[in-house]
Design a protein around this ligand. Structure first.
Ligand code: AQP
Length: 365
């Protein structure tokens, strides 16, 4: 196989389609979009996605599109977090395919392994050693306060396991094992990242300064609501549009999607500020079209049906090149596997280096 055949890189839309103008940090300040990190800004980013189902537009707008956009400016390390995924019930017979599929769609969405490091969590076992050490620096009370644990425990009453409880400790090890100082995520992860910073500070206080303070970087669309309007768009809630969904399916799903609940008739003026369809327009439509829809919705100049049709058309424009790329990659699974193996080699080396320092600091070995 020659180098070109081996290439699985994906053309990221120049404007970072669907990602808006700039990523923001914890305090809401914008990260400079135009140049590589000056002093105080992160230099190495880490983030992960679970292979628990199809990557959906919430994952894409809240995380993956932003990850792609950040690649030219930072040392970016992205991961398919399969060890996290086994904290809920799953089918071992389909897990390998699910990991490959998530990686394939990730690359199609712009996580170009020629320009970032992309790997599978379970391929780097050193991280698990760090997770154990971090568990000794983590208060049980802090884990008990995690809202994701409470939500998942309520969803999976038959399987409330210790891994589900210590999930944020492994997440801290993922991030800090490679000494990432920036973590681009959707806003559902903010509490976990605060805990990552607490763990790093506790370790540094007890054993010496080893770990950086990892900053949270939000995308311009950090929380996409589900089509049912009941909470965040989520793989497990079935309230999503998958990145794989072709235009007919997208239109069908949009047709029943929740809008401004107070707009009962076509002649009622709407409020785009509380409409999830308008939020999606802000990510998929041009600024001019967004401004027009904003005005026409408020004056009842456009109805929800037409507003959804316009959104469907713009989503098709943004999503079909990604879907074509995804289909192309599915015909070359070994290229994806090779790229993930290369990524794992680099992360193993980085994490091994960190572990040498950690063991010395702990007075072990
Ligand atoms: N609705 C969302 N809006 C914005 N960002 C989101 N993310 C997830 N849902 C939204 C972000 O996507 C990244 C990867 O998420 P994940 O797959 O690791 O975990 P998740 O948050 O648990 O995703 P789901 O879809 O909700 O899956 P299930 O149903 O399995 O729990 C993260 O950066 C996340 O913030």
């Amino acid at each position: 196989m020659n180098a070109d055949e081996h290439k699985v890189s994906s053309p990221v839309p120049e404007d970072g389609a669907g990602t808006g103008p700039a990523a923001g940090d914890d305090t809401g300040s914008a990260v400079d979009d135009s140049k590589a990190s000056p002093a105080g800004e992160p230099t190495r980013l880490y983030s992960g996605i679970q292979p628990t189902g199809d990557i959906h537009i919430g994952n894409y707008l809240g995380a993956v599109a932003n990850w792609a956009k950040l690649i030219p400016r930072y040392d970016c390390i992205y991961c398919v977090v399969d060890y996290h995924a086994i904290t809920i019930e799953y089918d071992p017979d389909t897990m390998r395919d699910a990991v490959l599929d998530t990686a394939t769609m990730g690359i199609a969405c712009g996580l170009d392994p020629d320009h970032c490091t992309f790997f599978v969590q379970s391929h780097v076992s050193e991280t698990m050693e760090l997770a154990w050490i971090f568990s000794t620096c983590t208060a049980i009370g802090a884990l008990e306060r995690m809202t994701q644990f409470k939500d998942k425990a309520a969803q999976h009453k038959q399987n409330i396991n210790a891994g589900l409880f210590t999930y944020p400790v492994l997440q801290a090890a993922d991030i800090l094992g490679v000494k990432a100082d920036g973590v681009p995520v959707g806003d559902d992860q903010s509490q976990h990242l605060e805990l990552t910073r607490e763990i790093a500070r506790r370790f540094n206080h007890l054993y010496g300064p080893v770990f950086p303070d990892a900053k949270t970087l939000y995308s311009p669309a950090p929380r996409i609501l589900g089509l049912d309007g009941q909470g965040k768009m989520s793989k497990s809630q079935g309230n999503y549009i998958a990145m794989k969904d072709r235009s007919d399916m997208v239109r069908k799903k949009l047709s029943t999607a929740y809008t401004d609940p107070n707009r009962l008739r076509r002649s009622d003026p709407g409020n785009p500020d509380i409409c999830n369809i308008f939020t999606l327009h802000k990510s998929f439509s041009s600024p001019d079209e967004v401004a027009t829809i904003d005005a026409e919705c408020r004056s009842a100049g456009i109805g929800c049906v037409d507003c959804k049709k316009k959104l469907g058309a713009n989503m098709e424009t943004a999503m079909s090149p990604i879907q074509d790329k995804y289909e192309d990659l599915t015909r070359r699974p070994d290229d994806v596997r090779d790229a993930l193996a290369t990524g794992a080699d680099r992360v193993r080396a980085l994490t091994s280096e960190t572990m040498t320092e950690v063991r010395q600091s702990l007075g072990l070995r």
